[in-house]
Design a protein around this ligand. Structure first.
Ligand code: 3NM
Length: 207
């Protein structure tokens, strides 16, 4: 039986160095101390690191998650999944196919982004541990983000898959996080609401 990952989704922090105005390790350490329940290393988009610089940062962040016993999930990078001995891998619709990932990693957490009903219909949802539903609200953090789908998308997914662990993503902050949970999500995943705020501890507590 698969582990139920829904408790990990409650305050799921995503970050890469491109999202940080100061030291990423310092940000993650503060967020971990304040009570995030999972972390995704998403080194992607303009200004992101590659090669050995990405690996070195990944090692630092991975170590922080180990210390705080927080699951460390990598965004779509099989090489780093191996090198960092990650707890999980998150992929989008155009990334590595879930079937291949599940075969290669029977025991790792696998997450998949789903933005609409046709993606849901075409995805092997039975093979994933959770889905990321979004963008719920509009966001400027992801360069190629789709149009906001609203809370209705969470309600639709929840009605269709009563037991599926679901995390909302996109434009979520301390003001609107509760509405995402009320719509049926198990948690909220955020970048800016933690990486770009002055008081990280306060923001994590209020999410
Ligand atoms: N994925 P913020 S939206 C990484 O819709 C990501 O799949 C999205 O950043 C999706 O919390 C997004 O700053 C960006 O809005 C989330």
């Amino acid at each position: 039986m698969k582990t139920d990952v829904s408790p990990y989704l409650r305050k799921y922090f995503i970050m890469g160095s491109q999202n940080c105005e100061c030291n990423p390790s310092k940000i993650l350490e503060e967020a971990a101390q304040a009570g995030i329940t999972a972390f995704q290393f998403r080194e992607k988009g303009e200004g992101s690191l590659t090669g050995s610089a990405k690996l070195e940062l990944g090692k630092e962040l991975r170590e922080i998650c180990r210390r705080y016993q927080i699951p460390f999930i990598i965004n779509d990078d099989i090489e780093l999944a191996e090198a960092l001995d990650v707890d999980g891998i998150h992929v989008g619709q155009d990334d590595q196919p879930v079937e291949m990932l599940r075969q290669a990693y029977p025991n790792k957490i696998i997450g998949l982004s789903i933005s609409n009903s046709s993606e849901a219909a075409d995805s092997p949802i039975h093979l994933v541990d959770y889905v990321g539903a979004g963008p719920i609200f509009s966001t400027t953090t992801k360069e190629d983000a789709k149009k906001a789908v609203g809370l209705e998308w969470i309600q639709t997914l929840r009605a269709q898959f009563p037991k599926l662990p679901i995390v909302g993503i996109g434009g979520i902050n301390i003001e609107n996080a509760a509405s995402v949970l009320e719509a049926g999500a198990d948690g909220v995943s955020v970048i800016s609401a933690i990486a770009k705020v002055e008081n990280i501890a306060d923001s994590v507590r209020r999410l």
